[in-house]
Design a protein around this ligand. Structure first.
Ligand SMILES: *Cc1c(COP(=O)(O)O)cnc(C)c1O
Length: 463
């Protein structure tokens, strides 16, 4: 008889029942993931109300919790693991990464220091080395494993701020921002919301940004950039969130180099283009930047909560993330928390390691090219069906024009509720559009045709 909480928990640890049930439910979910309706139906959504209950006085046992989650939670998921979810810029998950995550989560490692999480630290070392190699970044570039690109942008821009102030004789960690020498922020007019959020978190308001005009694909126009100097922080992007376009890195990074300005590139989904010999031209010159951010949970198809900041000035990044306390005793080797804002965190490097090991160099190229080919096919088919494609499909994004806002919203609603695929809306140079982001390893040609058919059916129903 379990008397105390501890007795009960010890009994649950000894009994594999709940974990076996979780695996069985997960397996059933995976088996259905590719074929099911993409968005949850009304019944599944209504069932979420069952979670609205007061916190019970006595806790439930582990098996009962797993069963409730499977019964009422699983149906209200979006089928992101499948091949027909094209909203935001979301990846699926590679099978090896799902499995590795299950195992590593069970280990419950705190990737703060090597001493307390040796395997987490080791696999971060390896993942960092592989990333720098695959993405052709300068030797000595360091990686911080963070929650996503928003966090990675904060880290990269914080490193920039640290560096640009330090060389004007300003110790930011000691003196703070008040009275600090000015930093000029320069960014393309289509800078992603997360870049602006990161800048705001760091004390740089949007009114202080010197904007660079963009071309019809949303790329910063190099000739429109202001004169740069050594107080400048130039924020560029590899992958416009609507069109997928890449800023002209070669000219802008070279100019920044000459003037000793810092360049940060947000490459949430686009940084991975370098992995493909066919698409690496999009990234030409990006290796001249100072910091980069990327999401493993997008193009690389890792499970969520997996972003990476990369920086060629390890001291600037480490100084920006600095923490010291008597009980924190970092060793001499690379310490995971040196390059991240968090101290305690899960061992994200393991996800990245598993993805890269699952793909290999050739698989990484093939995955990136697959996403690109599917996007091109989507664009060709949707155009044949009479829709307008408003962007050059250089990577994985397709911007579809479909009338005014009312028509667009009606089309979106009909597509989303069909369960055939899921796409979201956006605005492209003032026009309401549907954006299609192909990010899942699982998207087949058949998924593309089926999704285009869903657009056609939705339009028919709205006429
Ligand atoms: C998704 C995205 C982000 C934000 O990344 P999160 O992982 O959601 O924090 C930033 N920039 C671009 C270009 C993106 O596509």
């Amino acid at each position: 008889m379990a008397n105390t909480l501890q007795d009960r928990l010890l009994a649950e640890l000894a009994d594999p029942g709940a974990r076996r049930a979780a695996v069985a439910h997960a397996e059933a979910y995976l088996a259905a993931a590719l074929g099911r309706a993409v968005a949850p139906g009304a019944e599944a959504m209504a069932r979420l109300a069952r979670f609205d209950e007061p916190l019970p006085a006595r806790g439930l046992d582990a098996l009962a919790i797993v069963e409730r989650l499977a019964a009422d939670g699983a149906p209200a998921t979006m089928a992101q693991l499948g091949g027909r979810f094209f909203g935001l810029v979301n990846g699926s998950s590679l099978p090896a990464a799902i499995a590795a995550r299950w195992l590593a989560d069970t280990w419950d490692q705190n990737a703060v220091f090597r001493q307390v999480a040796p395997v987490a630290a080791k696999l971060e070392d390896v993942a960092e080395r592989w990333l720098v190699d695959l993405l052709k970044l300068p030797e000595g570039t360091r990686a911080g494993f963070v929650s996503g690109t928003t966090a990675a942008n904060v880290c990269g821009l914080a490193a920039a701020r640290q560096h640009l102030l330090a060389r004007q004789g300003w110790d930011l960690n000691a003196k703070g921002l008040r009275g600090a020498p000015p930093i000029r922020i320069v960014a393309g007019r289509h800078a992603h919301a997360s870049q602006l959020k990161a800048l705001a978190l760091l004390g740089f308001g949007t009114e202080t940004i010197e904007w660079i005009d963009v071309d019809d694909q949303g790329r910063a126009i190099a000739d429109r950039a202001p004169a740069l100097d050594r107080t400048c922080l130039l924020v560029l992007q590899a992958g416009n969130v609507n069109s997928g376009a890449f800023d002209p890195f070669a000219s802008l990074c070279r100019r920044a180099r000459e003037m000793d300005a810092w360049v940060h590139i947000d490459g949430a989904f686009g940084l991975w283009a370098t992995a493909s010999p066919k698409l690496a031209h999009l990234m030409a010159g990006a290796e001249l930047a100072d910091s980069w951010s990327a999401d493993a949970h997008k193009t690389l198809n890792s499970p969520y909560d997996c972003g990476i900041v990369l920086c060629r000035h390890p001291h600037a990044l480490a100084a920006a993330m600095e923490a010291s306390a008597a009980y924190l005793v970092p060793g001499r080797e690379r310490e995971p928390s040196t390059y991240t804002p968090e101290m305690s965190r899960r061992a994200r490097g393991i996800d990245v390691w598993a993805c890269l090991l699952s793909l290999g160099r050739e698989g990484a190229a093939e995955l990136v090219e697959l996403l690109h080919e599917r996007a091109r096919s989507f664009a060709a088919q949707i155009r044949s069906a009479g829709f307008q494609v408003l962007n050059d499909v250089v990577f994985n994004q397709v911007v579809v024009g479909c009338g005014d806002e009312r028509q667009r919203d009606a089309l979106l609603g009909a597509i989303q509720s069909s369960g055939e695929c899921w796409v979201g809306g956006s605005t492209w140079f003032g026009r309401p559009v549907v954006r299609v982001s192909i990010c899942s390893w699982a998207t087949t040609e058949q998924d593309v045709s089926r999704s285009v058919a869903a657009f056609v059916a939705a339009r028919g129903g709205n006429r």
